[in-house]
Design a protein around this ligand. Structure first.
Ligand code: HEM
Length: 152
């Protein structure tokens, strides 16, 4: 039987891979590529990371929806006005923004990536990384049942 503990562990493991990988990409790989003006530094990293990063995001979505269902229950509660519902809404908003940026990068930016337009992809990488960190803050707020993300 799949337990709450197992799903929470998978969710936290997925978070370390997704957010950790993007922090490495944004703070070490991207600056190196910008300095050397070499787009291949990013594409080489992404080719390796993608194999772990994309399954990790899929695990985040599946386990996240399950955890939210466990926390909120019926559809009425999902649309409700509780602190838990608000944090889940925030996470779904972050998810939509992450998926939007990822699709735009994959279909529009990466096919046209050259050594002289790395900053366009860089903006996407920084955006997805900030969203990943916000996902983590919202997750911890959910666990605490309130709005520590907003200081209360
Ligand atoms: C990259 C995406 C995501 C990251 C980095 C992330 C990160 C986290 C973290 C760090 C926690 C705290 C775990 C703990 O209590 O120790 C958490 C909890 C949670 N997350 Fe996510 N999350 C992501 C996506 C999602 C999505 C898409 C949903 C679906 C709405 C979701 C729903 C939840 C719920 C409901 C909890 C609370 C679990 C509980 O305490 O029972 N997460 N998340």
């Amino acid at each position: 039987m799949v337990t709450y503990y197992t799903l929470l562990c998978l969710h936290i493991l997925g978070a370390t891979i997704w957010v950790g990988g993007h922090l490495v990409l944004a703070t070490t790989i991207l600056p190196r590529a910008l300095k050397a003006r070499k787009a291949s530094i990013i594409t080489d990293f992404e080719q390796g990371y993608e194999r772990l990063g994309m399954p990790a995001l899929a695990v985040q979505i599946l386990t996240g929806l399950w955890l939210a269902h466990r926390l909120l229950g019926s559809a009425a509660n999902w649309l409700g006005d509780s602190p838990h519902a608000h944090m889940v809404h925030l996470k779904l908003l972050f998810l939509a923004a992450t998926v939007g940026l990822a699709i735009h990068a994959k279909t529009r930016v990466i096919p046209r990536l050259r050594d002289d337009n790395i900053p366009v992809l860089g903006a996407h990488i920084v955006g997805v990384t900030i969203l990943g960190v916000l996902f983590t803050f919202a997750g911890a707020s959910l666990r605490l049942g309130g709005y520590p993300l907003f200081g209360s």
